[in-house]
Every structure is written in structure tokens, then in C-alpha cells.
Design a protein around this ligand. Structure first.
Ligand code: PNW
Length: 490
């Protein structure tokens, strides 16, 4: 019968959005083009170049500032339904504040968006993907209580200029990487290293900023522009290593610290920070001699304001880790993971990428999305990033990336079969780019970029042909071998 055949074929629905994702600092270059202001990645890479593995930076990157037409041509070659990219705040507002809007900055994004829309590609725009204007960082950045106002002001400028064509808005990309890596440790700009303190402060202001930008859109723009606004959180899968009670508790605390402190205030029924973790931080803070918890509280009004402030949940998903209760591990005190008392491991048999943290874990998309769907009362989901790294030397034959994408997309089909509302999937990334602290040593691109070449020539890898075939046929054919490797626009 027809139903049985379609189930067997496992097709992606026609309205499912297939896309790719990028981020401004990682691809654009043009770091000081026209009147663009300095951001925290410009400052860090220029003043502390050694923190980047290959002592590189994003000054030119893939030079999308000049190559945007080629970028859109690649989207057309792949047959993408959608493209997720981010705006550089200091390109639009050179000083960070909205009293001065850069004409050149706005023109660049207008051109980029127009070129996509011309060919029927749906733009999905992230307002913030880690490149804070330096002037706002000088005032404390996400730790300043005025941060939510600054972000709302910026968001309004953006909706006003681009909202006629952009209907999918993402406020922040990955709060954990912003707050934990940037403020609690030294693994991302601005290297604050305020261990056990920075992440929690930043988390509260970030979700407030998100909610302000969300309601600005909902109340003042959505009625005429008719789009959606959400947030993207990195959610990997964190099962307990064993069934023991202590490993299960450890896994729950670990999930709360990884993504719960950002997701819970927005998507849970109660709002606010996750209960078990906030109780533990309060208790440990007391034992450590602090006069109050290192994790700030929400007032009732703030809690209500943030709760429910999203039209969709964007998930960046890459991998899984097994969690167990720490035994003899010495944690830095205080610290976020010290607060959890949990450690992670990865089985040897999971295939490894070029990135230390990234392995191919079975069924992790289905497991993570099922967990979120049950916990947060079935929101609308988009997978806003998912991808696999190789090394430059690996060239164009990226068979292990193909294996990863096929496994991931089978898991996406499992999610759809389970009745979860997942509306799209963005592969990270359209092309090789500046991989933050790893510089250009790890390559996530469906297209290779030659960073030695002033033209930044882009060449499709084998995986690009495979992804194209899946988008076109809406089916995963595990036997498909692209033969003639010339890209065309179909
Ligand atoms: C994402 N993890 O970061 C970022 O949004 C991208 O800018 C980045 O280039 C991409 O992933 C690849 O690294 C993540 O530990 C980094 O699972 C690490 C994790 C997740 C996301």
C-alpha cells in the first residue's frame, strides 16, 4: 500500500527546509571595511595572536564581504531551500549603540539578502554569533545590566532594515559558548576567565536580552512582517555512563549546566534557572565563603518575561558524551563543571573527526530532540547546525563527512517519524571558515576554501554532491556515488 512504500522510502517532506549555516566573523573578512567598528575577535586576534592555533585571524577569512555573489551561487548549486548566516553587530552599528547606523554595513547585508531572495533561497538570520562590538565589551559586555537594552536597540535596527525579506530570526547563537567559553574560561573571546561566576551572570543577561529582542519583534514587527523569532542553543546528547543513581544525577546536573541554564528560563513551564543546579551552586557558594550564590536569581517579573519568549527552539547538535559522577577529579574551584561534580567520556569506537570534541555518536539527534521535546512541551524545532570537521590535507574526498551526514539525516528522519515538529536542517558549513581558536586547521566546509589564494577560490568537496542529491530527491541513498564532479545549477 502507498503508506507502507513511503515509510520504507523515508522521504523528507517537501516543505522541510534544507540549508547550510555560516557566521559573520568566520567568513566575511572586511574587518575594517568602510566604517565597521572593532569587535572582540578583531581585538583578541590582533593583540594576542598566539591564542589562535595557527596564529591566524578573520581579517579576510573567506572574504565573503567581496565574494557574496559566489556564496549565493554555491547555494544555488546545492539547491538549498534556506541559508543561515549571522550579522556583524559592529558592521551595522560601528560603536555598538544605535545612534549611528552604518550605511555601508546595511548595504552589504541588503545585497547579500537580495541575492538570496532573487533565487528563492530563504534567509535565516542570526543577530549575534560571538562578535560583540569591542566598545560594549569595554563596558562589561554581557555582564553589564544594560546589555539587554543595547541588544534590543540593535535588534530593532535590524528588523527595520531587513525584516521585509527576512522571516526567520535567531537572536543568539549558542549561549553556552558565549557565556561559559567567553566569560568563565579562556576558550573564546573575550577570554575573561571569571571561573564559576562569568557564565551565570552572562546567562541571566543573555536570556533577558533575548526576551527583549523577541518581544520587540513580536509586538512591533511581526504583525506587519509576519516572521518568527527564536534562539539557537547547542544541545549535544549526554546520557549517563551507567544506570547507577549517582551517574544519572550527574548526567542531569551536567545537562543543566551545559544547556539547561539557557533553555530552562525560556522553554520550561516554570521559567528561571534549573532547580537542582541552582540549589547546588547556592550551597557550594556558601561553603566557599561567598555572601550570596554565584548564580544570580530572576525576579518574579523577569522570570515571567523570559518564560515562553520564543517561536522556535534552534538546536546546534554535533555529538554525544557519556556522563559520570566525578571520583578523584580535581576541579578548578569555583567553576561551572565543579558545580556539577560530573565528568564526561567518549567510547573509543565512536569515529573521530579533526576536532577533539567531535565524534560520530549513534542516534544522538533522535535522543537529544526526544529529550527536549518531552521536557519542553513539544516546541517547534530547527536544527540550525550539524557538521563534521576534516583537515585541509584530507582534500576533497571527505568520505567520513558523508558517513556522518547520512547517519545524522537518518536520525532526522527518525525524529520526523516520532512526530516531533522539526522544520529544517542546516549543515555546518557551506564552506571552510575561520574555526575560532583552531584557526584554519579544522575544515567544516561542503566547499573547500583556498585561504592561500587571494581570490579565496571555493571548490565543492564530494560531500557537497551527496548533500545536493539528498536535497533534490528528498531521500538518503546510501549507495549514491557522485561520478562526474562538476557542479551545475539545476
Ligand atoms: C559551533 N561542542 O560551536 C559554532 O556555532 C560554530 O561557529 C563553529 O564553527 C561550529 O560549531 C564548529 O565548531 C560549537 O563542544 C563548538 O559540542 C563546540 C561544540 C558545539 C558547537
Amino acid at each position: 500500500c502507498y503508506a507502507a512504500t513511503t515509510r520504507q522510502e523515508r522521504r523528507f517532506p517537501d516543505e522541510f527546509l534544507f540549508g547550510t549555516a555560516t557566521a559573520s566573523y568566520q567568513i566575511e573578512g572586511g574587518w575594517n571595511a568602510d566604517d565597521k567598528g572593532e569587535n572582540i575577535w578583531d581585538r583578541m586576534t590582533h593583540t594576542k595572536p598566539d591564542v589562535i592555533k595557527d596564529v591566524s585571524n578573520g581579517d579576510i577569512a573567506a572574504d565573503s564581504y567581496n565574494n557574496y555573489k559566489r556564496d549565493v551561487e554555491m547555494m544555488r548549486e546545492l539547491g538549498l531551500d534556506a541559508y543561515r548566516f549571522s550579522l556583524s553587530w559592529s558592521r551595522i552599528l560601528p560603536n555598538g549603540l544605535s545612534n549611528k547606523v552604518s550605511e555601508a554595513g546595511v548595504a552589504f547585508y541588503n545585497n547579500y539578502i537580495d541575492e538570496m531572495v532573487k533565487y528563492g533561497i530563504t534567509p535565516m538570520v542570526t543577530l549575534y554569533h560571538w562578535d560583540l562590538p569591542q566598545k560594549l565589551q569595554d563596558l562589561g559586555g554581557f555582564a553589564n545590566p544594560l546589555f539587554p537594552d543595547w541588544f534590543e536597540d540593535y535588534a530593532r535596527v535590524v528588523y527595520e532594515h531587513f525584516g521585509d525579506r527576512v522571516k526567520h530570526w535567531i537572536t543568539f547563537n549558542e549561549p553556552r559558548e558565549i557565556c561559559y567559553e567567553g566569560y568563565d574560561t579562556t576558550t573564546k573571546a573575550p577570554l575573561l576567565n571569571a571561573t564559576g561566576i562569568g557564565a551565570y551572570l552572562c546567562a541571566k543577561n543573555l536570556v533577558l536580552a533575548h526576551a527583549k529582542a523577541y518581544y520587540a519583534y513580536k509586538n512591533d514587527f511581526a504583525p506587519s512582517q509576519g516572521g518568527q523569532c527564536g534562539i539557537t542553543i547547542s544541545v549535544n546528547w549526554f546520557p549517563p555512563l551507567t544506570d547507577s543513581e549517582e551517574d544519572q544525577i550527574a548526567a542531569e546536573l551536567y545537562r543543566q549546566a551545559e544547556w539547561g541554564i539557557y533553555a530552562e528560563p525560556i522553554f520550561s513551564a516554570e521559567g528561571g534557572f534549573p532547580k537542582e543546579l541552582s540549589e547546588r551552586v547556592a550551597q557550594m557558594s556558601m561553603e566557599q565563603g561567598y555572601p550570596r550564590s554565584r548564580m544570580p536569581e530572576f525576579t518574579d517579573e523577569e522570570r515571567e518575561f523570559v518564560r515562553g519568549a520564543a517561536d522556535f527552539f534552534g538546536v546546534n547538535h554535533y555529538t554525544a558524551f557519556l556522563v559520570s559522577a566525578a571520583k578523584d577529579t580535581e576541579f578548578i574551584v569555583p567553576s561551572v563543571y565543579g558545580d556539577t561534580g560530573a565528568v564526561t567520556s567518549v567510547p573509543d569506537e565512536w569515529p573521530k573527526s579533526a576536532s577533539k570534541w567531535l565524534t560520530l555518536a549513534p542516534d544522538s539527534i533522535l535522543n537529544a530532540l526526544t529529550f527536549l521535546n518531552n521536557k519542553y512541551n513539544s516546541p517547534v524545532f530547527y536544527i540550525t547546525e550539524n557538521g563534521w570537521s576534516i583537515r585541509y590535507e584530507d582534500g576533497l574526498e571527505d568520505d567520513d563527512r558523508i558517513r556522518y551526514y547520512r547517519a545524522a539525516l537518518e536520525s532526522v528522519l527518525d525524529v520526523l517519524d516520532a512526530g516531533i515538529t522539526l522544520k529544517g536542517y542546516m549543515a555546518w558549513s557551506l564552506m571552510d571558515n575561520f574555526e575560532w581558536m583552531e584557526g584554519y586547521t579544522e575544515r567544516f566546509g561542503l566547499y573547500e576554501v583556498d585561504f592561500e589564494d587571494p581570490a579565496r577560490t571555493r571548490t565543492p568537496r564530494k560531500s557537497a554532491f551527496v548533500y545536493k542529491q539528498i536535497i533534490k530527491t528528498r531521500v538518503i541513498d546510501h549507495e549514491y556515488e557522485p561520478e562526474r564532479r562538476t557542479m551545475t545549477i539545476d
